[in-house]
Every structure is written in C-alpha cells, then in structure tokens.
Ligand binder design. Structure first.
Ligand SMILES: Nc1ncnc2c1ncn2[C@@H]1O[C@H](COP(=O)(O)OP(=O)(O)OP(=O)(O)O)[C@@H](O)[C@H]1O
Length: 332
C-alpha cells in the first residue's frame, strides 16, 4: 500500500482525514462495465443515485527516475454511484492506492479523467467534502480521542462542532475512551478514531485504503459491521481498497476487480445480498459462490501475464513500463 500522507503534510491545505488538494485531469467521457452475479439469493441492493466517483479510461505512468517509466494504471474505467459502497480488489502493487489517491486529488492521471461528484477532484477536496481513512491512521500522539477526531475542524479553521464530535465518538463506540491518547488505545480503537475523524466534516465521499489491514480477524470483523452501520446511517459514497475478498463481499454494493500492474478493470461484480448484512452471511453458500468467483478473477490476473500483454499491445516502450519492480531494478 502506498503510505498515507502524514498529518503534518496534510494539515495546512487539508486536514487529517480529508484529502489534500492536488491534480487536475483532461476531459474524457465516462464508461463502466457491470456484471451481476448469477442467481441472487436475495433482492439486489438499492439503486445508486447521482454522481459519485467516475474513472474514465484513466492511466497513470510514474517517472521512477533511474528505473524508468512505471505504468501503474492502464485505461481504468468504473463508476461509484452516489451513496454506493464499492470496493477495489486487486493483487498487491497493482495500483489500487494510486487510484484512491487520484480521487483524493493527491495524484493526477497521465491519461483519462477522474471525476468526483461530477467535478474535478481538486474542487471537491477544496470544499472538504471528501474524507479519507488509511491503514496507518496518522493520529497525533499528544491529542486524545476527542482532540484527534476534532482535528479537521481546526485544520480548516472552523469552529469545532462538539455535538457532532460526541455523536461520532458514540457512533464508533469510543465514548468511554474519549479522553485517552493514541498510545493508550488498541489498534482497532485507533482505527475507529481514524474513521470517525474522516467523517467529522460531513464528507459526501469517503475513501478507505485498507482500513482494517493491520487488525486481528475478530476486531476486523467487528469493525466491518460497524462500518456497514455507519455507512447505512449516512449513505456516503464510499470507495474502499482491500485485499480481503470476504470483506469486499460483506460490505460492498459492487466490487471492482483489477489486474496485476498495470492495473486494468477485469470485472465489476454486483453483490446481491440484502442489507443489513450480518455475520451469518459468511456461511451462506451464495456468499461463498461470489467469493470464489472473485478469487478466481484475481488468480487469472497473474503479474507476469499483465506485463506480457502490455508488451504485446504497445511494443518495446510498454515492455519496460509493464515490467515488474524486480525487472526494472535488474535493468537499472
Ligand atoms: N509516487 C510514485 N512514484 C513511483 N512509483 C510509484 C509511486 N506511487 C506508487 N508507485 C508504484 O506504483 C505501483 C502501484 O502502487 P500502489 O500503491 O497504487 O499499489 P497497491 O495496489 O495499492 O499496492 P498494495 O496492494 O500492495 O497496497 C507500485 O509499483 C508502486 O511502487
């Protein structure tokens, strides 16, 4: 995972838990493929409304210095409808965090266009309508839970809405720990602070980059359900990067499966299970069927295959761009 921006780095232009202003993008029209899993056991999720997040033929090539060009994303197109919860699933290093960083305005595409709420990301970010929570939660050690959650208000120069801070503390189940500092909290509690903080400016869009990656299985599952509850209450357009197929199925309306780098969209799968989803769903055969389908889709995106395909399609330059990190290091 690409490291989350440090609190210090984001505090001036954008508060911790919100995205920093950044890239611009050229105009291209949006397209997205969808696939509905066969034989849904329960009714399909509600229809998303309004514009959420749009990727239209988005490519990203990094200048990796001596290592040459590194192509992370290749013509990626998908959409997250307003109020929808979508997960990005893909092999390690394929470009998921890069995609998320583009939505947060922290990276600009080198091709195609990213839109948020129908507008360039930087505009939405500058209005503090975008919340972010990463795996390394970047809490300030000298502030207690309440102070960390309220931090975005101070960072944007707004008066702290104490009622909202208390509401969020309650929402993530930390009322009894509101006066504790990060070193006194467990990993799961810190993650809850991070999620509460990402919500404090009432964002319209929430970005989660492996928010539960470092947690034990039980805590992770508890927080999965908590996140589902928070999302159901607020219906924030949510894009989550995860490695966990079961987590993606449990939480999402749709799952976008990406190939190995350079990332392409290989499938967009609708999750047909009704909400709220409980842990009993994890033992449902239909859940396992969908999990298997997604796992198979991931397995077909072996790293070597993507590099070869890119080379065949685009010639010698792409061979270098599509090469693995090890290949690039070897040739430098
Ligand atoms: N600023 C940068 N400069 C050069 N290369 C970069 C930069 N940011 C990311 N990369 C490279 O782009 C590729 C995709 O990185 P990214 O973090 O988006 O992958 P990921 O799918 O989120 O990985 P993981 O699943 O392991 O978290 C990696 O090879 C990474 O080294």
């Amino acid at each position: 995972m690409t490291a989350a921006p440090s609190t210090a780095a984001t505090s001036a232009a954008a508060p911790a838990g919100t995205a920093a202003a950044g890239g611009t993008a050229p105009a291209v029209s949006a397209t997205a493929g969808t696939f509905t899993a066969g034989k849904p056991a329960v009714p399909a999720p509600r229809s998303p409304t309004g514009p959420g997040i749009g990727f239209a033929a988005v490519s990203k090539t990094f200048d990796a210095g001596r290592r040459g060009a590194l192509r992370a994303l290749d013509q990626v197109s998908f959409e997250v409808g307003g109020g929808e919860f979508v997960s990005l699933l893909g092999p390690s290093g394929c470009g998921k965090s890069t995609a998320l960083r583009m939505v947060a305005g922290l990276e600009a595409p080198t091709g195609g266009e990213v839109r948020v709420l129908g507008r360039p990301p930087a505009e939405v970010v500058s209005e503090h309508r975008l919340g972010i929570a990463f795996q390394d939660h970047a809490l300030l050690p000298w502030l207690d839970v309440r102070g960390n959650i309220a931090l975005p208000f101070r960072a944007v120069g707004r008066r702290v809405d104490r009622d909202l801070v208390d509401e969020l503390i309650e929402l993530v189940g930390l009322t009894a720990s509101a006066g504790l500092r990060p070193r006194e909290l467990s990993g799961g509690m810190r993650q809850r602070v991070s999620i509460a903080r990402s919500l404090v400016l009432r964002p319209d869009v929430l970005l989660l980059d492996e928010p539960f990656g470092a947690l034990d299985a039980v805590t992770r599952r508890r927080l999965n359900l908590e996140l589902q509850r928070i999302w159901a209450q607020r219906r924030i357009t949510t894009l989550m990067v995860t490695h966990a197929v079961d987590e993606a199925v449990l939480l999402s309306d749709r799952v976008v499966v990406m190939s190995a780098r350079p990332a392409r969209v290989v499938d967009v799968v609708t999750v047909p299970f009704d909400r709220p989803r409980g842990l009993e769903l994890l033992t449902d055969p239909a859940f396992h069927e969908l999990e298997d389908r997604l796992t198979r889709a991931l397995l077909t995106t072996a790293p070597g295959a993507a590099a070869t395909e890119a080379a065949e399609a685009d010639g010698p330059a792409a061979t270098r761009a599509g090469a693995t990190d090890a290949d690039l290091e070897e040739s430098s």
